[in-house]
Design a protein. Structure first.
Length: 339
């Protein structure tokens, strides 16, 4: 039976299936069930920069509650709860999980501006986090800050988090960089141990009846996976960092694809929220049976087999695959036959 042991961020994991940052981590029983079903590690939901900087939290809550302007100008934090202010509830949750499971527990910090809040990384380390995942989620909205300036700011955040702790730091990024490999190299030079690709860009729809924004969070589907596979295949030969894949991994087959493209771990949220934490076992079992069918002795042996290292010119390879794909379309019958 294929061996699923893997190394991620310098940590020895029993399996490459990791519980992704999500509300699952709020429920110690669910986390214990996922670990019991074979999860190699657990990432906690995020502690947001806005929770750690009082003024930012006030603005955040104000926007969320849409209460009167007096509340904002007087600095009063309105009651509407996006999440609690301060790190203590989060640290308590981390300690609870630490006591409950032996597998690595990764804390998640979510922020985009350099500032005092990055010092909280030390508290998470002291609270027993095995590693930190820093989520750089943001949507550029200002035409006054260039892409290069935004990247400089993000690298500054990463540098201060890495400088605060001894535990490994991994960074969860979006796909929206002019060059993902160049940005990842900057992260590597800043001292991170891994990257996770990619944040899902939450795309609010418009409700035409209510004339309002529809903010419902839709579950992911495996259709989101190919964007990640493509990035992993390019990053795998280009970096020595640990690679995490998040977004669209629902099955053992999806996990196998991510590993072939170069992932060290797959981070799963939607599928566990949908089917329950024990779904980890189904993903693991199918991954093992696929590895066995193909004659791989371990997931490590399969890792990166389909990355871009075999292409003498990855840029031309990506262009060629794109042109081939467009050229492969012959008629709408092609689409009718799709599953
Ligand atoms: C309800 C929910 C809450 C989430 N909360 C966080 C979070 O706090 N921090 C974070 O980095 N990602 C968060 N995520 C994103 C997931 O960790 C994951 O990256 C994303 O959902 C894509 O993986 P999936 O296709 O397996 O869902 C959340 C996802 C969901 C569905």
């Amino acid at each position: 039976m294929a061996d699923l042991r893997t190394e991620w961020l310098g940590l020895a994991l029993a399996s490459p299936v990791v519980v992704s940052a999500s509300p699952i981590s709020r429920d110690p029983d669910a986390v214990a069930a996922a670990v019991d079903a074979g999860a190699g590690a657990v990432v906690l939901h995020s502690l947001f920069e806005e929770q750690l900087v009082h003024e930012q939290m006030a603005a955040f809550r104000f926007l969320d509650s849409r209460t009167d302007l007096d509340a904002e100008s007087s600095g009063i934090v309105p009651e509407s709860d996006v999440f609690p202010l301060g790190a203590e509830p989060y640290l308590a949750e981390l300690r609870r999980l630490r006591e409950r499971v032996d597998e690595p527990v990764v804390a998640s910090l979510n922020g985009t501006t350099p500032g005092g809040w990055t010092g909280y990384a030390r508290e998470l380390e002291a609270g027993g986090a095995s590693a930190l995942e820093l989520n750089l989620y943001e949507v550029p909205t200002s035409a006054d800050e260039s892409g290069a300036q935004a990247e400089d700011r993000q690298v500054e955040v990463v540098t201060s988090v890495v400088g605060s702790v001894r535990i490994p730091v991994t960074v969860k990024i979006s796909p929206f960089y002019a060059s993902v490999p160049a940005f990842v190299r900057r992260l590597e030079r800043a001292g991170v141990r891994g990257v996770t690709v990619f944040n899902r860009f939450y795309q609010p729809d418009i409700d035409l009846d209510a004339l309002d924004v529809d903010r419902r969070l839709l579950p992911s589907t495996p259709a989101e996976l190919p964007l990640r596979l493509h990035a992993l295949a390019i990053l795998s030969p280009a970096t020595t960092l640990s690679l995490g894949c998040t977004g669209g991994v629902h099955s053992g087959e999806d996990a196998a694809k991510a590993i072939l493209a170069g992932a060290h771990v797959v981070q799963v949220a939607t599928a566990l929220l949908t089917h329950g934490p024990r779904h980890v076992a189904a993903i693991r079992e199918r991954l093992v049976s696929w590895l066995d069918e193909k004659g791989y002795r371990s997931s490590a042996e399969a890792r990166g087999v389909l990355d871009a290292s075999t292409a003498p010119d990855p840029h031309a390879w990506a262009r060629l695959n794109y042109a081939r794909m467009l050229d492969g379309w012959r008629s709408r019958e092609d689409w009718r036959r799709l599953p």
